[in-house]
Each structure stands twice: as C-alpha cells, then as structure tokens.
Ligand binder design. Structure first.
Ligand code: ATP
Ligand code: MG
Length: 502
C-alpha cells in the first residue's frame, strides 16, 4: 500500500548500513530506522490506534523519539509532539483539544498525565530519554516488517501546535504532502546529499528540529549527530566530523562568544543555517569575519513549513530571509484593505504553495479568517520584497505599535538602537498610554561595562527617527525573555511594563 511520506523516505535510503543517527550512546543505521519505526508502528497498531487517530507525544529528545514519529507516519496516525516544558495544566488544554487516542510520556510525568488521559479516554505509554519505557517493551514483541497503512498526499501526518509567542498555541494540520514537498525542496536548495552529517541540537517538538532538520536528512539519506541540547563546546568538538548545522540565532550568538570558534574548526563544514527568529545583521557579519561562512537565513512557520531561503549560490544577504522557495508564491498586502502592494512597500506577508497547511485543528472560523479566497495564507508577519527580490521581515502584525494614530514598526526603531555602540540588543514594544493609545517603549540590553545611558540613546535617535517613533521610555535590562526557540517574548514584556504610563 502506498504511504506518501514514508515511501519517499524509504526510496531515499542510500544503503541499509548507512548511518542515520549518531548519539553519545551509539549509532542507528537506516536499516535500524526501518526496523524500529516498524516495531513501534506495530505496537501502536496493536494498542488499537487507527489511521487518523492522534498520538500525542511529550518526551525528551532521543533517537527512539524520532522512531516514534516515523512509526506514526507509517501506521497512519497523526503525530502530535508537545513541548517538554508544558505543565500539566497546559497539557490539559492540548489533550482536550486534540483528543489523542494514545499519549506517550516520560515515565516521570506518567502519573499526572494518566489523570488527564482518563478524562478524555486516552491510553498512556512511556518512553524515557535513554530509549526505555513501556512503549519500547511493547515494540520488542512486534515483528520488524510492518506494512505501512495507506496514506495519501492530502492525509494528515501531524498536528503541530504553534509556539504560542503571540497568544494561545493553535494546532496546525499538516499533510503528508506538506511535509514531503518542503523536505524535498529544502534538500535540493541546500544541496544535501548522503555525504552530509548534520549537527542536530534543536528540540524535536518544533517544526525546525522535527521537519526541517529530520525530514531533510531522511530525504537525503544523510546522517545526523543528535544532541540532547545546545552546548557550544560539544558542537565545536563535533564540527570537524560534520558538514552542516541548523540553528536558531542564539546558537550563533553563543558560538561567537566561544573562543574555540575559528576558521580551522569549521574547515569541514559547508553550511550554517539559521531560522525561527530574526538573525541580527551584526551576528551574520561577525560570524562571517570569524569563520569565512555566510550564515544562510531562512523563514518559515509551523503552519507553512519553510517559505523563503537565502540562496546557496549567490549573496546571502544579512538581515533578509532570501527568496521564496521554488513552488512558493509570496506577496505583500495592505493589512487593512488587502490590496496587493508594490515592491519595497511594507505590509502583510501572504504565501501559497504545497507547503501551506490544511487549516487550524477544530478552528474553522480562524482558518477561514486567515486564508484569502484565492488560497493565500495570511502569515501575520509584516515584510517587504526589495528590488532584488529578497524578502525582509519587518516584524509581526501583532507587535505593530500605534501611537497617536501613527503606525510604528518596532524593527525600524530596534535597528537604530542596535547600531549604537554599547548595545547588545533591544526590543521595542507598545505599552498602553493614556494620551497616545500606546507609547513606544524600548527595552535595551547593553554590553557589560558600557556607560551608555538613556540620554545617549535619545541624543543618537534625535535626528535619525521622526519624533513619534522615538521611545517615550527606555529601560535597561540584563537580558530579554526568550522561549526555547530563541524568540523574544514581547507579550511577556508588554505584560511586565503594562502600567508604565498609567
Ligand atoms: P504563535 O503563532 O503561537 O504566536 P509563533 O508564530 O512564534 O507562535 P512558530 O510557528 O514557531 O510560532 O514561529 C513562526 C514565526 O517565527 C514566524 O511567523 C515569524 O514571525 C518568526 N520567524 C521564523 N523565521 C524567522 C526569521 N528568519 N526571521 C524573522 N522571524 C522569523
Ligand atoms: Mg505564529
């Protein structure tokens, strides 16, 4: 029977004894991958999970956890990974929303999960960070030659909840074709081959580490070093044996802080990729100076997989996310009227292509509201396309500040402040203001020992920005709040400073 995604993965295997995953504990060949994802698929099937049923998974990162993802694809279940940081109260929302047939959890959390599971009639099995647990025991009793459930291009492969940066996480329904088409496109654009060895230090409950990293490796027949978390020293130690790294911007900031980063250590590396949050142009430049490598930045989201990428050949332009990927159409519209805008004009980024999800899980109204009649998805991100065709992300629509009736794009103010000597980074937010509606507020991290003060920033901005864009208050902090994907949590900042002007 045909299984759209797994058939393609099988076809990409270069050799059964080729390495797929290397961890501190050992190696998994592609032959092992087929055997173990098959055994786990058998176990899930024996438990009574049928095609289309959801399997919710909240486990630590391990090779077995990726086998579980592949097992779900093979038996036709809808894979639903959950952030390991979610508390029981948060899990209650996801489980009541997704109604999984089976929940796979770390044994440490099993008692709490069972209480929730019993409310919604879900089964519970365990998987620990070393690859043990009740699910693996069941898999041991299964045969390795599982026959895939039939799954078409348009069938659901996964429900992935968004990161919750701007509000409550939404479940994005992703089909087999969404995942496969994007993996093949990225593989080709980034020139992955069976000779590649990726350093994988991202979480596997998010689109970046799960679909971008893992599916690109699988569809290339390449291999990866699976690390439990980001550790700069460990990554530098692996580089001489690796060829590529995928990271969030904080990876690169922290690698640059490490004295071991130099041209020699990266001599075997061919590509550094960044995404999930904006990479500062300064970081891009500093990395290039130190290593000779221009980081390749790309842009995507849970709902769409990847949309744009800087070129493999050609200029990787700092501060931009490159060109729409082959097969993806990207346009900019006026957020209020929906009118399509011209080059260099800032507005809402809209995308259409085989990568774009099927809709939000059990939110038909929200789905309808975020799609245009001609099939374009409203990303919620503001951006522009420059005359050379590079896409620039200006920020999120929800972060737009409206002060005294004027629209202020935080990124414009942030870029001005970031350029000042002594500034590490900053975030500009709108805070409720009795006279202006919102007051432009800058939260600034300065370099240790820098004498920079509010006055110096004001003086520098005075003739650079129109008066209405200038911060009403500037606040110095030690660091900006970030989530696990390195995204600055502006909603946390807005909450923290909500009484600033009242
Ligand atoms: P939620 O939708 O729940 O508020 P989220 O949008 O952060 O959370 P994700 O799907 O993980 O959830 O993130 C996608 C978003 O990340 C994009 O819409 C965009 O705002 C941002 N992003 C991704 N890549 C980049 C990039 N290279 N530069 C700037 N922003 C990026
Ligand atoms: Mg989002």
């Amino acid at each position: 029977m045909s299984n759209h995604l797994f058939d393609a993965i099988r076809r990409s295997i270069a050799a059964d004894d080729a390495v797929f995953i290397e961890t501190a504990e050992g190696r998994w060949t592609y032959g092992d991958m087929v055997e173990w994802s098959g055994r786990i698929a058998g176990a899930i099937d024996t438990l009574g999970v049928r095609p289309g049923d959801r399997v919710a998974v909240q486990v630590e990162k391990s090779a077995e956890a990726l086998m579980l993802y592949l097992a779900c694809i093979r038996c036709g279940a809808v894979y639903l990974p959950l952030n390991t940081a979610y508390t029981l109260a948060e899990l209650d929302y996801f489980i009541s929303d997704a109604e999984p047939r089976l929940i796979v959890t770390d044994p440490k959390a099993a008692d709490g999960i069972k209480t929730i599971a019993s409310k919604y009639g879900a089964l519970v099995e365990t998987l620990d960070e070393r690859g043990g647990g009740s699910l693996v025991e069941l898999a041991n009793d299964e045969t390795p030659d599982f026959v895939e459930a039939a799954r078409m291009a348009d069938d659901l492969a996964a429900i992935l909840y968004t990161s919750g940066t701007t509000g409550r996480s939404k479940g994005a329904m992703l089909t087999h074709a969404n995942l496969l088409s994007n993996a093949l496109t990225l593989r080709d654009c980034w020139r992955f081959t069976p000779d590649d060895r990726l350093i994988h230090a991202l979480p596997i409950f998010h689109t970046h580490g799960l679909f971008v990293a893992t599916n690109v490796i699988l569809t290339s027949g390449a291999s990866m070093f699976l690390l439990p978390k980001f550790d700069p020293a460990q990554i530098l130690a692996l580089m001489p044996r690796a060829t590529t790294l995928m990271g969030v911007p904080t990876f690169y900031v922290r690698l640059l802080q490490h004295e071991g980063l130099n041209r020699q250590v990266v001599a075997n590396m061919r590509l550094f990729i960044s995404g999930s949050a904006p990479l500062l142009a300064d970081t891009h430049r500093a990395f290039q100076e130190r290593t000779g490598h221009a980081i390749l930045e790309r842009y995507g989201m849970t709902e769409t997989n990847m949309n744009t990428s800087n070129p493999y050949d050609g200029e990787r332009m700092a501060g931009t996310v490159g060109f729409p990927l082959p097969g993806v159409t990207l346009r900019i519209s006026e957020p209020e009227t929906g009118e399509i805008l011209e080059q260099d004009e800032t507005g809402m980024i809209e995308v259409k292509g085989p990568n774009v999800f099927k809709g939000y899980w059990r939110m038909p109204e929200k789905t309808k509201a975020e799609f245009r009649d001609d099939g374009f998805f409203l990303t919620g991100d503001l951006g522009k396309i420059d005359p050379q065709g590079y896409v620039h992300i200006i920020g999120r629509g929800k972060d737009l500040v409206i002060s005294g009736g004027y629209n202020i794009y935080p990124k414009e103010v942030e870029s001005e402040i970031d350029q000042l000597p002594g500034v590490v980074e900053c975030a500009v937010i709108g805070v409720t203001h009795p006279d202006f509606g919102e007051g432009v507020t800058a939260i600034v991290v300065k370099q240790p020992g820098s004498s920079l003060d509010e006055r110096a920033i004001r003086d520098a901005l005075g003739d650079r920005l129109a008066r209405y864009k200038q911060p009403k208050q500037i606040i110095f902090v030690d660091d900006l709040p970030r989530n696990t994907m390195g995204k600055v949590q502006k909603n946390v900042l807005r909450e923290r400073y909500c009484n600033l002007y009242t």
